[in-house]
Design a protein around this ligand. Structure first.
Ligand code: SAH
Length: 340
């Protein structure tokens, strides 16, 4: 019999799946699981017969850390092996104020084929299950201490696996567990319209970031195949409806590729694209990824781009450069799976 995966079960689901007679036992077990314990013996308020049941029928974590790279005080990158042998990566980012953000994967590999992203080279393996998403968080937290923020900017496209991402968020947001506020969680999408519509109607009410990359329709179609079927025009309509309903700001991520998305006309198209959306722009200078034919603009160009946008009244932030030395930055997550 395959074991019950505990990491993404809510208190009532634990009670129900284990046929526990007392409702509060589910809550007690949930609290321990979400503390990230690695041994049922540590559940001091749980009676021994229930511990035996847990040992026989359940598993706390299915994920194995295969490698851990650290850039002291800045980032940690983990290579994690899943039960079926696929491998994913998860990153912890520490900002200048010491705030810790978990950058989680939602899929093993990615089907989106964005030309500038190294993860695309892996191809798509499969969707992650909610417990595999929560387990990434627990492992990062066991290595780094308290984590305050979560971004779904690791491997994969979260809006193609929204059901499992949603469940993982329900668990990590739960007040009896980690209690991470919804405003401290960000889902980043390459622009999956059906997924944004689903979020508009059904939540989760987390922050939404859209990897616009560029507001030039032709160039976007070349760089991001998703844009051929989920066009910029449709994307904007969908985001307007999202904003109407939720009232939430959106972040547009603009990946700066020298000579391709950092031109004068890119700035003008972006300025024209945004209104009446209420959105800020996050500039991500391209991170070199082995074998890809792009260039990161130089510092002067990046500054010029940022200042031009800001001068037009747009709120602009720039991704603080993290994780480059261990290939943990945006678009550098890649696992070469043997035999494929
Ligand atoms: N699939 C989701 C989340 C994963 S990518 C999405 O597309 O949003 C997270 C961010 O990294 C995206 O904004 C993506 O455009 C950006 N990115 C990908 N490769 C990059 C690279 N080599 N350098 C900088 N940013 C990159």
């Amino acid at each position: 019999m395959s074991k019950i995966h505990l990491a993404a079960l809510l208190p009532d689901e634990i009670t129900e799946k284990l046929h526990l007679l007392k409702q509060f036992r589910g809550k007690q077990i949930f609290q321990w699981v979400q503390k990230g314990i690695n041994n049922f013996e540590r559940m001091t308020n749980v009676p021994n017969p229930i511990k035996t049941l847990l040992n026989e029928q359940t598993i706390l974590s299915t994920s194995k850390v295969e490698a851990c790279y650290r850039e002291e005080g800045v980032s940690i990158k983990l290579r994690i092996r899943l039960l079926d042998g696929h491998t994913i990566e998860s990153v912890l980012l520490i900002d200048t104020q010491g705030r810790k953000t978990a950058c989680l994967s939602s899929q093993a590999g990615c089907p989106m084929k964005c030309m500038f992203c190294k993860t695309a080279d892996m191809g798509f393996k499969r969707n992650l299950e909610s417990h595999e998403i929560v387990e990434q968080f627990h492992i990062l937290s066991s290595l780094s201490g308290d984590i305050s923020h979560i971004v779904f900017m690791g491997m994969g496209e979260p809006l193609l696996n929204l059901k499992e991402v949603r469940k993982a968020i329900d668990v990590l947001h739960h007040p009896e567990g980690r209690n991470i506020g919804l405003r401290k969680i960000t889902i980043s999408t390459c622009g999956i319209i059906s997924g944004i519509e689903d979020m508009t109607c059904n939540g989760p009410a987390v922050r939404l970031a859209v990897s616009l990359v560029t507001a030039d329709d032709d160039i976007r179609k070349k760089l991001m195949p998703v844009s051929c079927t989920n066009t910029l025009k449709q994307l904007k309509q969908t985001l307007l409806a999202y904003q109407d309903r939720t009232g939430k700001w959106i972040t547009f991520e603009i990946v700066l590729l020298a000579g391709i998305t950092d031109r004068e006309e890119d700035i003008n198209k972006l300025i024209a694209f945004i209104p009446p959306l209420r959105a800020s722009v996050n500039i991500i200078p391209w991170n070199p990824a082995h074998g890809l034919p792009y260039k990161r603009p130089d510092g002067t160009r990046i500054k010029w781009f940022r200042e031009r946008l800001a001068a037009s009244g747009i709120v602009v932030t720039q991704r603080y450069q993290k994780g480059n030395s261990i290939n943990a930055a945006c678009g550098q997550l890649f696992v070469d799976e043997p035999g494929e």
